[in-house]
Write a protein that binds this ligand. Structure first.
Ligand code: NAD
Ligand code: DAU
Length: 339
């Protein structure tokens, strides 16, 4: 079995590589990654020398590079994690999101059509469903919830999903799509809420909470997401969408306070800043299809996952400090200076 993992130098893609190499040590894994600001080759250091692993630096939207790779490698499965993934950046500059998230997906599927594939899996997001009201805790996203996007990021992910479904229906491409809720865990880039709060709290810096902090996200430990994708590759039905989530809803303020408590830092670090434009109120996944059809269950509770995550950031300061000392500083200034 030879698997192409695009975006494998990013947060979830790298965790997926580690998960699959442990679960299926005989599989060959090729990572294709453009190494954008969010891709970090250091993350993959522990597998670089494994004879079953190979890294290729390329852009999924570069048709020639992608087609050359498919011609050389003959993949059985493609799992597409590669994306511009940060909502705030998509509000600042949507263009690249359309190129990578939509056109890149098209290029990958065109290569699958030309060279043949057992399965093309699209890693999508619950953000394609828009948001749910804060006062209707009885409502959840199912696979039948209409697509209703809020940000350029989610619109680009939804567009890609529609294209994947079109390639299935029109060309018979054997596809599956997963839509997961917010992930957290090791190697999470420190521009996203949880690692941003951990790294800034450790430095006793102010902690920017958008709006009132009442927005709700449904958190899933990254390894549980990886296990779910593995189950979809094994037994998921072609053409189907699978929602992934573990019923771990928390307000942003609850998340920040939990982290502060674990670090022994004061809540006075919390600073309420101008809200994100178009900010989705609440995400909440109904994972019944994953559980009933594929027998998947999340194994890590939020309390346990956040404890492990904070510990990981304490033990791996050099990983995130080298990120923060680089380009990320300029980005932070641009994003927060006026807030
Ligand atoms: P990330 O930003 O941490 O990593 C993205 C990776 O893709 C990086 O390594 C980057 O270098 C690479 N990449 C970007 N553009 C590329 C291109 N044009 N060609 C090749 N590689 C490129 O993102 P993440 O949080 O790991 O998310 C991975 C996927 O999962 C994305 O598709 C995202 O939409 C989806 N997702 C994320 C979450 C979450 O909570 N983070 C939840 C659900 C779904
Ligand atoms: O739901 C899945 C999505 O989760 C993925 O598709 C995205 O790729 C991923 O980035 C994530 O999107 P969010 O916008 O939910 O994640 P983020 O970490 O940016 O923000 C989480 C919440 O915290 C959100 O309500 C905005 C808020 N927030 C975020 C930042 C960075 C703050 O209050 N302050 C901050 O500084």
């Amino acid at each position: 079995m030879k698997i192409l993992v695009t975006g494998g130098a990013g947060f979830i893609g790298s965790n997926f590589v580690f998960y699959m190499m442990e679960k299926h040590p005989d599989y060959d894994i090729v990572v294709l990654d453009k190494l954008t600001y969010a891709g970090n080759l250091e993350t993959l250091e522990s597998v670089m020398k494994n004879p079953h692993f190979k890294f290729v630096k390329a852009d999924i939207a570069d048709r020639d590079a992608v087609f050359d790779l498919f011609e050389q490698e003959k993949f059985d499965v493609v799992v597409n994690f590669a994306a511009e993934s940060h909502v705030d950046r998509s509000i600042e500059d949507p263009g690249l999101f359309l190129t990578t998230n939509i056109l890149g997906t098209q290029v990958l599927m065109d290569a699958c059509r030309k060279y043949g594939i057992g399965r093309y899996h699209q890693v999508s997001t619950d953000e394609v469903y828009g948001d749910l009201p804060l006062d209707r805790t009885d409502l959840f996203f199912t696979e039948e919830t209409p697509i209703h996007t809020s940000s350029p990021y989610s619109a680009s992910k939804a567009s890609a999903d529609l294209l994947v479904q079109a390639y299935h229906r029109t060309f018979g491409l054997p596809v599956t799509i997963s839509r997961c809720s917010n992930n957290y865990g090791p190697y999470h880039f420190p521009e996203k809420l949880i690692p941003l709060i951990i790294s800034r709290a450790l430095a006793d810096e102010s902690l920017p909470v958008y709006g009132t902090g009442e927005n709700v996200r449904d958190w899933l430990y990254v390894e549980d997401h990886c296990a779910a994708i593995n189950r979809i590759l094994e037994d998921g039905r072609e053409g189907e969408v699978y929602n992934i989530g573990g019923h771990n809803e928390r307000t942003n303020l609850q998340v920040v306070k939990t982290i502060l408590k674990q670090l022994g830092k004061p809540e006075s670090l919390i600073t309420f800043v101008t809200d994100r434009a178009g900010h989705d109120l609440r995400y909440a996944i109904d994972p019944a299809k994953m559980m009933n059809e594929l027998g998947w269950q999340p194994t890590t509770t939020f309390d346990e996952g956040i404890r492990r995550t904070v510990e990981w950031y304490l033990d791996n300061e050099s990983w995130w400090k080298s990120i923060i000392s680089g380009d990320y500083q300029n980005y932070y200034e641009r994003m927060y200076a006026e807030r």
